[in-house]
Write a new protein. Structure first.
Length: 345
């Protein structure tokens, strides 16, 4: 039996794409639920919301509903209009940020995460990265710290940790958590690991912690299988003439379509190569699912009115796209999901 990991990229409201792909995976599991199949789930930014939802036993439909019903509260129209105005004025006024209370009020609802502390998540293990700006370090918030070595955040509510991980610079202000009586500011984990697949592998190989039952041995790379899901790959290129005139605000504007997707692809390729290890038989234990975004307007990460468009992008990918299962072999994503499940029961 392999130790199965689900890793979810950041990408703002484009998390709808990930949730729709997860729905296809869930449908192929048939007898098992997502939280029963995976041993560890990890996610950065919007991926942290999905990962935490799965860890709480939520279905893919629950996750899609979370985005569809609450998007306008997380990304209010009046803030987005102000942000567009700032683009026109080339950033001569302070950037408009979305408030935390929209996202926090939603995630803290009892029917979503409520008062659940991260240490109360037992199966699967939950891993969420967020960046501490005061210490200039990435914190790996995990649910399986041993009782003999507790961490300061063990009794912090999951929803607060998700808000930390989702506080993307230029979109949200930092979010503060109290560590040993001192408030620490956190921003989006995507600063360091927008695709947290490699973090998840490293964390799994540190086991055993307080796993129940205890693993009979410490995990090795050959024991691990991983599904990594993205939030879409913008394909529009930019010419020298366009890029040279962007300035500081112009570059900040492209956080969602350049700065986040680029390391996602790098981490996905490294993850695929180290698991495969030069042998396509090992490739049965790694699957990357992500799709191209060819419509310019769907590159944005903060427009909830694009929900249907994001769902359609994911469905087109599932119907007509390709996923790699060997060094020179690509098949339909649905078939690739079946291939992964059959080889990692």
């Amino acid at each position: 039996m392999t130790y199965k990991i689900l890793s979810l990229d950041g990408g703002g409201f484009r998390g709808v794409i990930s949730a729709r792909i997860i729905k296809a995976f869930e449908e192929k599991l048939k007898e098992k639920k997502l939280h029963e199949y995976f041993d560890l789930v990890t996610g950065t930014s919007t991926g942290s919301l999905i990962a935490a939802g799965i860890a709480k036993g939520k279905s893919a439909d629950d996750l899609l509903k979370l985005y569809k019903d609450n998007g306008p509260e997380i990304f209010p129209d009046h803030i987005r209009r102000r942000r567009r105005l700032l683009q026109i004025t080339r950033g001569i006024f302070p950037v408009a940020l979305y408030p935390h209370n929209g996202l926090g009020d939603i995630l803290s609802k009892e029917e979503i995460f409520g008062s659940t502390k991260i240490r109360e998540i037992t199966k699967p293990v939950l891993l969420i990265p967020a960046y501490n700006t005061s210490k200039r370090e990435l914190v790996w918030f995990c649910s399986n710290n041993p009782e003999s070595h507790p961490r300061w955040y063990d009794d912090i509510e999951v929803w607060k940790i998700c808000v930390c991980s989702a506080s993307a610079p230029t979109f949200f202000p930092p979010y503060q958590l109290e560590e040993e009586g001192e408030k620490k500011p956190f921003v989006d984990g995507g600063i360091a690991a927008n695709n947290p697949a490699l973090l998840a592998i490293a964390h799994a190989m540190l086991l055993p912690y307080n796993e129940q039952p205890q693993p009979s041995k410490q995990l090795k790379l050959d024991d691990i299988a991983i599904v990594s899901i993205g939030t879409g790959i913008p394909t529009k290129g930019y010419s020298y003439e366009e890029v040279k005139g962007w300035g500081m605000f112009g570059w900040a504007k492209h956080l969602g379509d350049i700065f986040l997707p680029a390391p996602n692809d790098v981490n996905a390729n490294i993850c695929w190569q180290i698991i495969r290890g030069g042998n396509d038989e090992n490739a049965k234990r790694v699957l990357r699912l992500d799709c191209e975004i060819k419509d310019d307007k769907l590159e944005t990460i903060d427009n909830p009115h694009l929900y249907d468009g994001f769902v359609k992008v994911a469905e087109n990918y599932l119907d007509e796209g390709k996923a790699r299962i060997g060094i020179h072999k690509h098949i339909n994503p649905i078939e690739a999901i079946e291939h992964f499940i059959n080889n990692n029961p």
